[in-house]
Design a protein. Structure first.
Length: 438
């Protein structure tokens, strides 16, 4: 068993919180570093992300050779259904990083009928989007965190180790040392969930391998709970419609179309996001159903950041087959339900444009999620935040923001030497009120 280190103290006898690393620069990870700084964490903070920039499922795809290209290929917006809003929200609005979203939403039922208005869980409450792209949600959070946060993009943390001094070591794919820190936060579950072995052919779960040395009963329980959490995958078709063919898309009576459960079973799609671009083109993102994604779970998009980090590339014929299947589902949906706006000829012209595949391996966690009380393991100096943590906003961006703010408060209390009761008081005060909707 590893012995805990002597507590380091700062000026005036106040305990130095030490260094901290957050793995994952999605909404939860960026919110966590912002909340830590806003709430007073003075120690060094580093943020690690395998992708080319921040955002995760709220990222925006851009191009170095096409300045006008902008595709929100994951979440096209986010919503808040509980009050009061997260403390991080107002600075995001004041800084112009996000804006209220008032675009039209519709639902498609299993008979192909359109119904105006949003539905649970993603279309209710107060709606927001990133101003100029969803990635600006995370960029605004990082601005709140300040310039002294050390950020590493394009860097996969592949292995974790614990030192005899009970410090965390972050290692790359070749086990090269990336960082050694006192505290660690996982804003996603990839390094802690058995799916990493299935999807990425890893021989062991990285956190489980490191945790053996800690002999922390709470951490072992957390690993068991995380292993039991199931998540829905999504295979998303990204379509760039040329300006000459974009007019019918712009005339659709929605910018976001949600599919009922019956409609998902019929068409293999769960959401359709229409994103007009400033130069007259139109980006369209067709989100698959969970069933479709599970049937094609091994097929990554060739431009997936983690695939490039791991050197894993799909066979071109497999990727193309999934693209064609999603294109056929889109044609079928639009032909049967939206033919009055989009003719077959218009569809053919649209699908003649650039098409890409984006696969999210764990897009939506299924309840009940990780209990908030288990989101911090003080003895191991390890925390968890993300939409997979139970509470208001579970499974959505709201849950990512709220869990990050809650974890920041508990980390500060733990680093200050607070008793378990004091740390748990932060947990209780962070639960928030009962949902206003649903």
């Amino acid at each position: 068993m590893v012995s805990p280190p002597d507590p380091a103290t700062g000026p005036g006898g106040i305990r130095d919180p030490g260094s901290l690393a957050v793995i994952g620069a999605g909404a939860a990870g960026c919110a966590c570093v912002a909340a830590l700084r806003r709430q007073g964490w003075a120690g060094p903070i580093s943020l690690w992300e395998s992708g080319r920039g921040p955002g995760g499922r709220t990222a925006t795809r851009r191009s170095r050779t096409d300045a006008g290209l902008r595709i929100d290929h994951g979440a096209p917006l986010f919503n808040l259904t509980t009050s009061p809003p997260p403390a991080l929200l107002e600075p995001l609005l004041a800084g112009g990083w996000i804006e209220p979203w008032t675009g039209p939403i519709a639902q498609l039922d299993g008979q192909g009928q359109l119904h105006p208005g949003g539905s649970a869980p993603h279309g209710l409450g107060s709606l927001y989007r990133g101003n100029g792209g969803m990635e600006h949600l995370c960029r605004g959070l990082l601005e709140q965190a300040g310039a002294d946060v050390e950020i590493h993009y394009g860097q996969l943390v592949r292995h974790l180790e614990i030192t005899p001094e009970r410090r965390w070591r972050l290692l790359g794919p070749d086990r090269q040392l990336l960082k050694e820190v006192d505290w660690l936060v996982l804003s996603g579950t990839l390094l802690a969930h058995p799916r990493s072995r299935l999807l990425l052919d890893w021989t062991e779960v990285p956190l489980a391998a490191a945790a053996r040395r800690l002999q922390d009963a709470q951490l072992q329980h957390v690993l068991a709970v995380l292993a039991s959490i199931q998540s829905e995958a999504r295979s998303n078709l990204l379509l760039l419609v040329p300006a000459a063919a974009a007019a019918p898309w712009r005339k659709l009576p929605f910018r976001l179309l949600e599919f009922s459960e019956a409609a998902q079973l019929r068409w293999n799609l769960s959401r359709l996001s229409v994103q007009p671009l400033a130069d007259g083109r139109c980006a369209v993102v067709a989100h698959s159903s969970a069933t479709f994604a599970s049937e094609h779970l091994s097929v990554y998009g060739s431009r997936s950041s983690i695939a490039s980090q791991l050197g894993v590339a799909p066979r071109p014929e497999q990727e193309q087959a999934v693209i064609e299947a999603l294109s056929a589902a889109l044609q079928d949906t639009l032909g049967q339900a939206l033919g009055r706006w989009l003719s077959k000829a218009a569809l053919r012209r649209s699908l003649a444009g650039e098409r890409q595949l984006m696969r999210w391996g764990a897009a939506f966690p299924r309840p009940p999620g990780l209990p908030l009380e288990l989101a911090l393991c003080p003895a191991s100096r390890l925390g968890f935040c993300g939409d997979y943590v139970a509470g208001p906003g579970f499974g959505r961006v709201e849950g990512a923001l709220r869990s990050a703010e809650a974890l920041a408060g508990r980390l500060l209390a733990a680093a200050a030497g607070g008793s378990p009761a004091a740390v748990n008081n932060h947990c209780e005060s962070s639960r928030g009120p009962a949902p206003l909707l649903g």
